[in-house]
Design a protein. Structure first.
Length: 223
């Protein structure tokens, strides 16, 4: 699909999509275990400058702004950005970030790369504006639910090219070092019925067919 057509599909999709509020129990059950895992590796303190790319309505900004006083939430969808009550909001394209080099201690993205045509361009921009840590959360095509979802929803078709190996390769190809990788979970923030959450919590552990991969990378020291 040509880049312009893909962008049109994505913009139309995110201009009308409806998401659960970040404070709802199912969304918390989806996001909290991933934040807990990230905090084991990445220092998140009040003074840590964080960029939340493709922040949407604030699923992860909600948590990041709870530990950092300096969070910038960026999305290309005004529709979703208006719903995000957390951090300093910026409407922009992730492939052309409007920030200087090394502006943030941590650059974070969730469910962004599988929506863009040129993933390397986005990762390169993330690397440029990060001082050290980069965090990626992407769906796993080896999960049956994710696989079927990507076939049904055109805007989610990029999931078919999303898996732990490809995510690691895309970051390392651009000179990043993978620090920690976890594939986990069976809770979707918008599609999981609330009554299933107690049962699905048991999958908040390393499982190769989990719904999401969390990859933490860092910039290599300059020589």
């Amino acid at each position: 699909m040509p880049e312009a057509s893909l962008r049109d599909v994505q913009f139309d999709y995110f201009d009308r999509v409806s998401y659960r509020d970040p404070s709802e129990p199912v969304v918390l059950a989806y996001a909290s275990p991933k934040i807990d895992y990230i905090r084991q590796v990445v220092p998140l303190r009040p003074e840590t400058r964080v960029l939340d790319l493709a922040c949407g309505n604030g699923v992860f900004t909600y948590h990041l702004s709870g530990v950092s006083d300096s969070v910038v939430s960026l999305d290309f969808s005004p529709h979703l950005l208006r719903q995000n009550r957390f951090g300093h909001r910026v409407c922009a394209d992730a492939s052309v970030l409007p920030f200087a080099d090394d502006s943030f201690d941590v650059v974070f993205e969730a469910n962004l790369l599988h929506h863009v045509e040129d993933r390397d361009a986005v990762v390169a921009q993330m690397k440029r504006v990060s001082r050290r840590h980069l965090v990626f959360i992407e769906p796993n095509r080896y999960n049956p639910v994710m696989f079927l979802f990507s076939l049904v929803v055109p805007a989610e078709r990029g999931v078919l090219k999303s898996c732990p190996r490809l995510l690691r390769e895309s970051t390392e190809r651009l000179g990043l070092r993978s620090v920690s990788v976890l594939t986990t979970g069976m809770i979707s923030q918008n599609n999981t019925p609330a009554f299933l959450v107690p049962f699905l919590r048991r999958f908040d552990r390393p499982i190769w067919w989990g719904e999401y991969t969390v990859l933490i990378a860092e910039k290599l020291a300059r020589t």
